[in-house]
Ligand binder design. Structure first.
Ligand code: PLP
Length: 498
């Protein structure tokens, strides 16, 4: 493909993207292909001769699009939001038109410098403490691929710091603290590093939060047992229910354990700090004062296309002391001078993508106002969802207090009047029975391709998550989704009567 062919093909590809977004609403949200479908359409070998661009693009439309789940569809309520915005798409295109692995400042000064600036813009947007800013020259921010990578980097740096502070501690006695509600990233970090993970119980009566008393008791028990917890991965906005650990209580205890690194994983919820009215409710001050590191994914609920996991540390030397390896071929005079940041020492890999370009384009196109407007709109839609669920006359119930753009629901035990089934009414509300009923409810919803939801288990109860985030979702979509939920819930309850 030469430059002029590229120009034409590029316009054509943008046209296809526009058509896709024009048609998205009328498409099924979920792919209906069967496993292995693609091998029927794509040969087992690459072509001997190059093929015409038009044919490649046509095959993309014909064979790839039908196999996609449309995470930007207005009826996508599964997992968590996956950001996509037109400025983000264009920035990605431009970034990949000048690929360079950006590991040292000198690889492409603009890549490093824009990342440092954008992480400061993002810190400013979220109201983070000045210590976290790159401009502080003390702490700083770096873009990681995912929240899992951010947590892994935090664990590696925390381990390194702990071993420096306590050189006599045996590796086998180190332990990572998470909670039963922490994302699998905690277990994954332990698995990768060969370090034990303790999932501390949360308080199911207090919105699934880690409480200070439980943390303190676990720390004391582990100390008595010769164990050395060196990091706590606390969560702001858990995956299952949007719970937040009790940061003031954790902060109070952390004062007595200065070598315990506190990493706050706010993968999807952290961007809410862009709206000042949510800061106090969500422990903004405590996190600012206490967190050793903080992560939120702009690629989830932050309008920046995957990938863009923002990770800040209060003290950048904790990263470089753990991760700086400089063989002769990576040395540069600027790096040696200490005047520049070489981001390869702030993450696990060497090479890195030019992701800050996406942040720059998105922040400039939306402005703080537009960004906040998007977040507030999603929360408003979730409020509407809650109101509608509460109006369902006890057919459906909210299992936990809704969190920002996430609600968790199930068929309510109240939906089952004694006449609903021939079985003894006392059996109807048992957890097992309700779980079976709600699994059937979820199976029915999953069999549809006009709505996408995901499941979870909270305190033994099978539940369905409803996560809002697509920019295209409107109030009408929420009302339609609630109608769908009511219809399927009624079907399930009706079936019991037969
Ligand atoms: N942490 C929380 C609270 C999440 O909800 C998720 C995703 O669901 C993750 C971490 C994992 O994010 P990533 O895919 O960026 O590693």
């Amino acid at each position: 493909m030469d430059i002029e062919q590229f120009r034409k093909a590029g316009y054509n590809a943008i046209d296809r993207i526009c058509d896709y977004y024009y048609n998205l609403q009328s498409m099924p949200v979920k792919s209906s292909v069967s496993p292995g479908y693609l091998a029927q359409h794509i040969p087992t070998n690459p072509p001997e001769q190059g093929e015409p661009w038009q044919q490649i693009l046509d095959d993309y439309t014909e064979h790839i699009i039908p196999g996609l789940t449309h995470w930007q569809h207005p009826s996508f309520y599964g997992y968590f939001p996956t950001a996509c915005s037109f400025p983000g798409i264009l920035a990605d295109l431009l970034a990949s038109s000048t690929p360079n692995p950006g590991f040292n400042w000198s690889c492409s000064p603009a890549c490093t410098e824009l990342e440092a600036l954008m992480m400061d813009w993002a810190a400013d947007l979220l109201g983070l403490h000045k210590e976290f800013f790159n401009s502080s020259n003390k702490g700083g921010g770096v873009i990681q691929t995912t929240a899992s990578d951010s947590a892994l980097v935090a664990v590696v740096a925390a381990r390194s710091r702990y071993q420096r502070l306590h050189p006599d501690v045996l590796f086998k006695d180190l332990i990572i603290y998470t909670t039963t509600q922490t994302h699998s990233l905690g277990l994954k970090a332990g698995l990768i590093l060969g370090i034990g993970v303790r999932a501390i119980e949360v308080d199911a009566h207090d919105k699934y939060a880690l409480r200070g008393s439980t943390l303190r008791k676990t720390l004391e028990d582990d100390a008595a047992d010769g164990k050395h917890p060196f990091i706590l991965i606390a969560t702001l906005g858990t995956t299952s229910s949007g719970a937040s650990d009790n940061m003031p209580e954790i902060r109070n205890i952390a004062k007595d354990y200065p070598s315990l690194w506190i990493h706050v994983d706010a993968a999807w919820a952290g961007v809410v700090f862009s709206c000042p009215e949510y800061r106090d409710k969500l422990y903004h001050t405590d996190i600012n004062e206490m967190a050793t590191s903080f992560c939120t994914n702009f690629h989830k609920w932050g309008l920046v296309n995957f990938d863009c996991s923002a990770f800040w540390v209060r003290d950048r030397s904790l990263l470089t002391e753990a991760l700086d390896i400089t063989p002769p071929f990576l040395r540069t005079k600027e790096g040696d001078s200490g005047q520049v940041v070489d981001y390869r020492n702030w993450h696990l890999a060497l090479g890195r993508r030019f992701r800050s370009l996406k942040m720059w384009f998105v922040f400039r196109t939306y402005g703080v106002d537009g960004f906040q407007g998007y977040i507030r709109r999603c929360i408003g839609l979730n409020t509407l969802f809650q109101e509608k669920i509460n109006e369902t006359s006890s057919l459906l119930e909210l299992v936990t207090t809704p969190s920002l753009s996430l609600s968790v629901i199930r068929i309510s035990p109240a939906a089952l009047s004694p006449s609903s089934s021939s079985s003894d009414s006392t059996d109807l509300s048992t957890q097992d029975f309700m779980n079976t009923l709600n699994q059937t409810f979820y199976s029915r919803l999953s069999a549809r391709n006009d709505i996408f939801l995901t499941q979870t288990i909270l305190n033994g109860a099978f539940c369905i998550r409803f996560s809002i985030g697509a920019e295209l979702t409107t109030e009408d979509d929420i009302c339609r989704a609630v109608d769908t939920l009511i219809e399927e819930a009624k079907n399930v309850v009706e079936e019991l009567r037969v």
